[in-house]
Design a protein around this ligand. Structure first.
Ligand SMILES: Nc1ncnc2c1ncn2[C@@H]1O[C@H](COP(=O)(O)OP(=O)(O)OP(=O)(O)O)[C@@H](O)[C@H]1O
Length: 362
């Protein structure tokens, strides 16, 4: 990480009263709403009494070189959700987050965060938000603890008399108490991420915004960050996290929005999004070739023979074809060890919606 913190680190933002009271978790799930249908649904100005923590309408960013990074985005993040902002590299996630946090101005459209218009209300909104964007800005020559002290001291709303307690509690929370005296440059990437999270959690926050929080971490580091996200969410903080990992979104998020080339493809609860994907038929058998032949003869498409199993897509008849297919396999002498539909994943849904492949590691 860098020795000199970048400017615009929103965890350090000034202004406004101290952290607001914790919100009650209200994870009422909206139905899946394709981007095209949600547009222009409502007003964008001021505190509307809406319980959406983030709301954008027609949010657009065109960079000077002409690059259209975000194109007419209508995003709705309900209070109490763990909201996954998903998309391949370059799809516009970071640009959106930077607009939401008031770090760059939109070309057109509007955004409200915690009911206030952004970027106009930066000074009052940011103290209620913890954010970690593009890695934490740490001083490598300071210890983890002293980095947190510095973060806390930069917050004019933070009472210096209770600083030590806040810092120790934040270190404890992210599991860095034992390593708190070490210089930050000696920290692993995972420890640096955790320290960054600790800085975002020095105060109770209504909203936590994390840009690719597990990027570059090993599996253990990823697990730790995800566990922390779940914990923070369980306390009632709304979490908005971007990721290019579908797996990650399925593991930690209640809701998700999918971006592709600057546009919102779909948003809704993770369960609803995954349910859009058709399940695949999976037959477990030692007689793979024979099973594939029978299934092909019964209009099962996209057959993939594997080790002791064959997968395929059911045709238009869907689930109704299952009893017949099973009987046909048995009649043909195929030894059927397992037979059923495997739940569709978010990846299936994404591919079905966009026709694009996806990085699913992690
Ligand atoms: N300051 C800038 N000037 C010009 N183009 C930019 C700028 N920042 C981003 N872009 C372009 O805008 C598009 C969206 O980038 P953005 O960083 O928002 O995507 P992303 O989904 O966050 O991807 P990544 O995970 O790689 O950061 C990309 O084509 C990128 O090259």
């Amino acid at each position: 990480m860098t020795e000199t913190p970048v400017t615009g680190d929103v965890t350090e933002s000034a202004g406004g009263p101290g952290a607001a009271s914790r919100p009650a978790p209200v994870p009422s799930a909206p139905s899946v709403s394709p981007a095209s249908r949600a547009s222009g649904a409502s007003s964008t100005s001021g505190t509307s009494g809406s319980d959406d923590v983030i709301r954008t309408r027609g949010l657009t960013k065109r960079f000077r070189g002409g690059q259209l990074a975000v194109d007419g985005l209508d995003l709705t993040v309900p209070r109490g959700s763990v909201f996954g902002f998903l998309g391949p590299n370059g799809s516009g996630k970071t640009t959106t987050i930077r607009m939401l946090m008031g770090l760059i101005a939109p070309t057109s459209g509007a955004a409200t965060v915690l009911g206030e218009p952004m970027p106009q209300s930066v000074a009052t909104v940011l103290p209620r938000v913890g954010a970690l964007i593009e890695g934490p800005a740490l001083y490598g020559f300071l210890s983890g603890r002293d980095n947190l002290v510095r973060f806390d001291a930069a917050d004019p709303t933070a009472d210096p008399r209770t600083r030590r307690q806040r810092v120790e509690a934040a270190l404890e929370r992210v599991g860095l108490s034992a390593a708190a005296g070490k210089k930050a440059r000696a920290y692993s990437l995972g420890m640096k991420q955790r320290l960054g999270l600790a800085s975002a959690l020095l105060q109770p926050r209504e909203l936590l915004v994390l840009d690719e929080p597990t990027n570059g971490l090993d599996p253990q580091g990823m697990r730790e960050i995800r566990a922390l996200v779940r914990e923070v969410a369980a306390e009632g903080t709304t979490v908005f996290l971007s990721s290019h990992l579908l797996d990650e979104i399925e593991q930690v998020c209640t809701h998700a929005a999918v971006m592709s080339r600057g546009r919102l493809v779909v948003q809704g609860t993770v369960a609803e999004l995954a349910a859009r994907a058709q399940g695949r038929l999976v037959v477990r058998t030692p007689d793979v070739a024979q099973a594939a032949e029978v299934l092909a003869a019964h209009q099962v498409g996209a057959l993939v023979p594997g080790e002791g199993r064959v997968d395929g897509e059911l045709g238009a008849s869907g689930d109704e074809a299952l009893p017949k297919l099973c009987a046909a396999l048995v009649e043909a002498g195929v030894r059927v060890h397992g037979f059923g539909l495997e739940r569709g994943t978010l990846e299936d849904a994404f591919v079905a919606l966009t026709g694009e492949g996806f990085d699913v590691a992690g």
